[in-house]
Design a protein around this ligand. Structure first.
Ligand code: SF4
Length: 508
């Protein structure tokens, strides 16, 4: 079955346009009717290649994207399903992948999603059982006709290959080095895990859009890059400017411009659309593969006006950059601010002591490794010894790291800070995109993002060497509350993937 979005994005001669739909709560009503009318108009117009559908946007319950996706697909336009991980565990995610595949909903935008904010009788429980890198690697695995794992129910049945066109998101609009470097490292990790296209966070700093494109080119990647161009109303711009939308920066200078424009007869609507049209032209001329449009209460007439104007500006993008460039003051840029000098780190002695001890005990060439392995294998043999060993580990790590005894320790991968305690989304493969000016999306202006703190303590990653990292697999929840040390030496934790023969070596 042909898919206009997939075909357009992989065609280097085409500039792909998508538009974001935001379904609300409920299975019908005026809002949904308006969305469907817009989809019909988009189909007739023909320039929009996919309509993307958000998944419980803002952390609130809303109509499932697959439901609206089927309606849109029936109209003959490609749906792009946002597949977020805040509300579903790995089994639900897999089940929904089967559902999407069965209904030919193959275009997926994989993302962690906003922290749940509201639900029936209070805030919903945040799930985040998988992160976006892990889901992308699950999707990649489904592609290759995989045999089921040892011990999986229904193992006698083979899974048919399931081909998706799965993309990911990234924010180039972070203001701090620590946030930005992690965003790029995680982006490259996602591409390693199978992301086939990338959509940026919305933003208004044209130098940052160019930076992201240059990074992809410097890495010799051919992954298509789509820039997110959002047309906010003045009221939404004020909310974004106040930092209340996770991961979104709308600088004071742009808000001031919009306030001036709002004094006009049309309350600044034409100026907003013209600015977005110029952004589209600049991004097209810069080399982006497409744009992802979004906005509040935009009618299709407004979208059509924007696209018409953008076409008239194409080829003049470089002259228009300054008109649409709204940087946040003191933003850090990869190409310009990345210093060759070693960066100043927080608590370097603490980090060095933890690292030294870790290497001595948990690396095969460490001096304490044989002794630690021997004690662990002895403890493994007796129930009471195991309980004492687990109690001892918990006591030490609770005091030092506020350990939650997840049973699969990733302290060494996050500068000896515990993500199970320190990150509300329990991200183990780098940050989500929700931080603002270094602060966690869940505790704005109160708590620094866990991964910002990890960056400020650790040696890697470094802005001079931005590379994707090996993905840490999802936690095996059967290990929860057990000893991570025992699990390490017995080959049950994530390190089993690094060294399957550790157990054998330690025993000998
Ligand atoms: S065992 Fe899990 S909960 Fe404990 S410190 Fe390590 S990562 Fe954190």
């Amino acid at each position: 079955m042909t898919d206009s979005f997939h075909e357009s994005l992989l065609n280097n001669n085409e500039f792909t346009i998508t538009y974001e739909l935001v379904p609300g709560r409920g299975s019908g009503g005026k809002r949904l009717e308006k969305i469907l009318r817009l989809a019909e108009d988009a189909k007739k117009d023909g320039r929009i290649k996919a309509l993307s559908i958000t998944d419980n946007p803002g952390g609130h319950p809303a109509l499932a994207p697959s439901s609206l996706g089927l309606d849109i697909q029936a109209m003959g336009i490609s749906p792009l399903i946002h597949f977020s991980l805040k509300d579903k565990n790995r089994n639900m995610a897999e089940s929904q992948l089967f559902e999407c595949h069965r209904h030919n909903l193959r275009n997926l935008l994989v993302l962690g999603g906003d922290y749940p904010r509201y639900g029936f009788h209070g805030q919903a429980m945040p799930v985040f059982d998988l992160d976006s890198t892990q889901l992308l690697s699950l999707i990649d695995r489904l592609r290759y006709h995989p045999p089921l794992e040892e011990g999986a129910p229904g193992r006698i049945m083979e899974l048919p290959p399931m081909i998706f066109f799965a993309g990911c998101v990234v924010s180039p609009f972070k203001t701090m080095e620590s946030e930005q470097v992690w965003q790029y490292v995680k982006l490259l990790t996602k591409i390693r895990c199978g992301a086939q296209f990338v959509i940026s966070q919305l933003g208004f700093d044209m130098k940052k859009y160019a930076e992201l494109l240059r990074l992809i080119r410097d890495q010799h990647l051919s992954t298509p890059l789509i820039a997110n161009v959002f047309v906010p109303t003045l009221s939404v711009a004020k909310i974004m400017n106040s930092g209340r939308v996770p991961g979104v920066i709308l600088p004071d200078k742009l808000l001031q411009r919009m306030q001036d424009e709002a004094k006009g007869a049309d309350r600044g609507e034409e100026a907003r659309l013209l600015r977005a049209a110029k952004m589209v032209a600049v991004l097209r001329d810069t080399g982006y593969s497409g744009v992802h449009l979004g906005g509040n209460n935009l009618s299709f007439d407004s979208i059509s006006f924007l696209l018409d104007k953008a076409e008239t500006f194409v080829g003049t993008g470089q002259q228009l950059v300054e008109e649409v460039h709204f940087p946040e003051p003191s933003t850090w840029y990869l190409y310009g601010n990345c210093s060759r000098a070693p960066r100043k780190r927080n608590f370097p002695i603490l980090f060095a002591a933890n690292d030294l001890l870790h290497r001595q005990i948990f690396c095969e060439d460490g001096h304490l490794f044989p002794l630690a392995a021997k004690i662990s294998h002895t403890a493994e043999k007796s129930h009471s010894l195991r309980r004492f060993y687990t109690f001892f580990e918990h006591l030490i790590k609770k005091i030092l790291f506020r350990c939650r005894m997840c049973g699969d320790c990733t302290l060494a991968e996050s500068s000896y800070l515990c993500p199970q305690y320190g990150c509300p989304k329990r991200m183990i493969n780098g940050p989500c995109g929700g931080s603002n000016n270094g602060f966690c999306e869940v505790y704005p202006n109160e708590r620094l993002c866990f991964w910002v703190r990890a960056y400020q303590r650790g040696i890697a990653p470094d802005c001079n060497h931005i590379n994707g990292l090996p993905m840490l697999p999802p936690k095996d929840w059967s290990l929860n509350t057990s000893s991570s040390w025992l699990n390490f030496f017995s080959g049950r934790d994530h390190c089993r993937l690094k060294s399957k023969d550790r157990k054998l070596k330690a025993e000998s």
